[in-house]
Structures are given as structure tokens and as C-alpha cells.
Design a protein around this ligand. Structure first.
Ligand code: ZN
Length: 91
């Protein structure tokens, strides 16, 4: 028998959006309602994490994620609850 241990927070449970620099592994945490993905530079090694080109699709996706989180977190009268589902791993 396999027991799946899942964690299902609601959008309102998100306390931060974290981005990790793949160059030096420093992390940056932004409040879910107020981050600006256009100015993403690593605060540790100063590598530009997102530039308009050639990562335009990724930049648009980050902007859409920021906007979607802001909208969903401020909508209190929706007839549903949106939860994200993660496998829980004990480390
Ligand atoms: Zn870095």
C-alpha cells in the first residue's frame, strides 16, 4: 500500500513567491500581491534573472502569475476555493 501525503494550500495561504538564482542559489522572496517580475536581478551575484529577450515568454508568464495571484487573493466572494496541490516530502 502506498500512502500519498499531499499539501493543499489555498491561494490565500501563499505568503511569498520565491525565486532562486540558478547561478549562486541565492533566493529572493516577494509578497504574493506586490512583486514586479520585470526587475529580477539576483541580489547576491547581480546576474539578470529575467530579461525581455530571449525570455519574453517567461517574463510574460511571471507577469501573468503576479496579476493572477493579486486578483485571486483579493476575490473573497467566489463560489469556489482554489487550492494548489503538492506532494509533501519530509526532508
Ligand atoms: Zn545569483
Amino acid at each position: 500500500m502506498t500512502i500519498h501525503n499531499r499539501f493543499c494550500p489555498e491561494v490565500s495561504d501563499i505568503v511569498a513567491v520565491q525565486i532562486e538564482c540558478t547561478h549562486c542559489h541565492a533566493t529572493i522572496s516577494y509578497p504574493p500581491d506586490g512583486w514586479n517580475p520585470i526587475t529580477l536581478k539576483c541580489p547576491n551575484c547581480a546576474v539578470t534573472l529575467v530579461t525581455p529577450m530571449p525570455q519574453a515568454k517567461e517574463l510574460m508568464a511571471l507577469a501573468e502569475l503576479s496579476s493572477a495571484l493579486k486578483t485571486l487573493r483579493s476575490s473573497s466572494d467566489l463560489p469556489f476555493k482554489l487550492r494548489l496541490e503538492f506532494d509533501r516530502q519530509d526532508r
